[in-house]
Design a protein around this ligand. Structure first.
Ligand code: ARG
Length: 587
């Protein structure tokens, strides 16, 4: 059974306005009630502005009709309705209805959020670092965004299948394996080198192999022979390849643990997995006439995208030397994920520069009939992480920034900031909090930026206690938890007939919109909407807390205010968790 959830007031009032439209003018039944949160009331409907023309009356006239039809009545969540401006209808909700929402959300383990993605089989491709190479800052965004989407969609009830499309196949492995064989003294295994250094060693050896390949034609020939051996399944070559993959995956697992992401080795389905399917894919495309031969290679000419010369852009499915690349493998992911994993929604979280790649892949899969109606395939693009100078983030020496180093630096910075704010913490507490805040800060800075935009990696801003940061939200949460701790006994039931002040009202309305925001993230795949919501919630809470004493208030206000504190803390912690960020009890 789908969890029905607590219906948000926005939806209930929208229904009331729809109902009023149908009663006043049956011919308009089903028209959009155009309901929004309002600065002047709880909500405002702009329906009259949109509908008056169809009726041949002035908007204010029809707004007045709607107001009359919205008069308080049994079951109608309306306390007042009034015409405003040229034809807006301002609506307020009865206080007891607002308090009842708080009570209903507090008594539900899901905070009243319905499972809007219930049962939808969603394959989520994210992270996907490359074997024998270090994870770098370029893998940060896909890993963080993908993981947050996995959490949000999972919470909304989707059957999320994570796929880590590791770059574990290709001619470069022939080169690396050949080089390792010719340099038996090279040390690159976890057991032979310092902690965490195995993949760095492999990365270095890989560069050395490439240099040898470019400089020495004989080595290049031996490397090519190795590729053939690898593809033919030669067993010593395969053993060596397995070793390299395992060592790299160990290093990735360390980063995943540090980041606290959901990915496990079971989610690894690398490029090599699809290798046996590629010749069949190309044969089928040729048979269907979707792919054609072109100068010895096999290509699909796009029917939708043309290049600068006006000619259709080709997708290379088999190179003239008979090899397959990234494109063909991604066609195979679509087939496999639909036919075998039974995906209803396919998501690929990679940087925006791959937009054309996915456009061509999806087009080809549609033409081949693999990607059919009712299945949604989406590239989930994101912008670049920039350095302080506004260009793609590099180390001072101009090299790629290792993800591990970056995360260590963030934790160290958070430690200093938290220690200065709260000198009373023990070293053990400080260690734990610094990790949660430092990692949270990096994740939040990434997730709170509109996904397709670039952002600047600025540690000082990320770990600040003020502004739209994880640390600000974590601190807001910890403060409320400490307040609740001081209140002692568990809060009594919400008194729905209690008074409701302006700042309380604003807070209740924001709390009530949590599920709507999470559902929006599920459909738009934009976690920054949740960040923006949590920031607004924390600020509405601060305004409430400045205006309304909690512990010193009398009954029933004290209990009701504690309920607001409790629901705010739970909502903050829950929302942070959906972003993959911890909410410590103390800070
Ligand atoms: N390994 C690739 C990279 O590091 C990303 C793969 C993304 N997933 C996919 N199915 N193409 O850029």
């Amino acid at each position: 059974m789908t969890h029905p959830g607590v219906v948000p007031l926005l939806d209930r009032v929208a229904d009331a306005v729809s109902d009023a439209i149908g009663r006043t003018r049956p011919e308009l039944a089903g028209a959009d009630p155009v309901l929004r949160p309002s600065e002047r009331a709880d909500f405002q409907s702009n329906a009259a502005l949109a509908l008056a023309e169809r009726l041949g009356v002035r908007p204010a006239e029809y707004a007045a009709e709607l107001v009359a039809a919205l008069a308080p009545g049994p079951g109608r969540p309306v306390a007042t309705a009034a015409v405003s401006g040229p034809g807006f209808v301002n609506i307020t909700v009865p206080d007891r209805v607002l308090w009842a929402q708080v009570a209903a959300r507090l008594s539900d383990t899901r905070l009243g959020v319905p499972a809007t993605e219930h049962g939808r089989r969603t394959v989520l491709d994210y992270s996907a670092p490359n074997i024998a190479k270090e994870m770098h800052v370029g893998h940060l965004r896909t890993t963080i965004i993908g993981d947050s989407l996995a959490r949000v969609l999972g919470f909304l009830g989707a059957a999320v299948i994570r796929q880590n499309h590791l770059g574990d196949w290709g001619t470069q492995f022939g080169m690396l394996i050949q080089y390792l064989d010719e340099h038996p003294d090279a040390r690159w295994r976890h057991d032979d080198v310092a902690d965490g250094a195995a993949v760095s060693a492999l990365d270095r050896l890989y560069r050395a192999a490439r240099a040898a390949f470019d400089a020495d034609p004989n080595f290049a020939d031996r490397s090519r022979a190795r590729v053939v051996a690898l593809q033919a399944g030669d067993s010593p070559t395969l053993d060596r390849w397995h070793d390299i993959v395992a060592e790299s995956e160990r290093a990735f697992a360390d980063i995943y643990a540090q980041l606290g992401v959901l990915l496990t080795p079971d989610d690894s389905v690398g490029e090599s997995f699809y290798n046996p399917m590629l010749s069949g894919i190309v044969a089928e495309l040729l048979e269907q006439g979707v792919a054609v031969d072109s100068n010895g290679a096999t290509v699909v000419f796009s029917a939708e995208v043309t290049g600068p010369d006006g000619a259709p852009v080709p997708l290379m499915v088999r190179k003239s030397d008979g090899g397959y690349g990234y494109d063909t493998t991604d066609l195979a992911t679509i087939r496999y994920r639909i036919d075998t994993l039974h995906a209803q929604r396919l998501l690929y979280v990679t940087d925006a520069r791959q937009a054309l790649h996915f456009r061509l892949i999806f087009e080809t899969a549609r033409r081949a009939g693999w990607l059919h109606d009712g299945i949604e395939a989406e590239h989930v693009p994101f912008g670049t992480v920039l350095g302080p100078d506004g260009t793609p983030f590099k180390t001072r020496a101009g090299g790629t920034v290792r993800l591990g180093d970056l995360l260590d630096a963030a934790v160290a910075r958070a430690r200093a900031v938290v220690a200065a704010k709260n000198p009373g913490l023990t070293a053990t507490e400080l260690d734990a909090i610094a990790t949660q805040s430092g990692i949270g800060a990096v994740k939040y800075a990434d997730l709170s930026t509109a996904r397709v935009k670039d952002y600047t990696f600025d540690l000082d801003r990320m770990v600040a206690f003020t502004g739209n940061t994880a640390v600000y939200l974590q601190y807001a949460h910890a403060r409320i938890r400490s307040l609740l701790g001081k209140a002692g006994a568990p809060a009594p039931a919400v008194a729905t007939d209690g008074p409701l002040e302006t700042a309380e009202r604003a807070l209740v309305l924001t709390l009530d919109a949590y599920g709507t925001t999470v559902a929006e993230v599920g459909s738009t795949l934009e976690p920054h909407r949740l960040c923006g919501y949590l920031y607004r919630l924390a600020r509405d809470f601060t305004t409430f807390y400045d205006a309304c004493p909690v512990l010193k208030a009398d009954k029933p206000q004290r209990g009701n205010r504690l309920a607001l504190c409790d629901l705010t803390a739970q909502t903050l912690a829950h929302g942070l968790d959906l972003l993959g960020i911890a909410a410590p009890e103390r800070m």
